[in-house]
Design a protein. Structure first.
Ligand code: PRE
Length: 97
């Protein structure tokens, strides 16, 4: 059975109140991460539809001008780390180039 010391240790909190806040908020973070992962998987599937249509029409998998637009949206919304996030998303969606 987890005693109070275990709970405090797991959360890094130094009081029971703080440990309760952290435990509840971590549940919300986990739920958000589940949704984010689901959205990323959905984005990968939609991106695959686009790439397949373009390749089957004789075009290339990658469209750099569109990637610049995507990078710009994330940078405008989230700053420099947004650019890194968008680059990771693009790599997930179209593979490494
Ligand atoms: O929008 C496109 O044309 C896509 O192919 C989708 C996408 C993306 O995942 O955002 C993927 C590869 C391209 O290089 C550009 C963008």
């Amino acid at each position: 059975m987890a005693d109070a010391a275990d709970v405090l240790d797991k959360t890094g909190a130094r009081t029971d109140d703080a440990a309760g806040v952290i435990t509840d908020a971590r549940d919300r973070v986990d739920a958000l991460d589940d949704r984010i992962i689901g959205l990323v998987q959905e984005r990968m599937a939609v991106s695959a539809v686009i790439q397949k249509a373009r390749i089957e029409s004789g075009g290339r998998r990658v469209n750099l001008s569109r990637e610049m637009e995507v990078l710009g949206r994330y940078r405008d919304a989230l700053g420099k780390p947004g650019t890194s996030l968008a680059m990771t998303l693009l790599e997930l969606c179209r593979g490494r180039i």
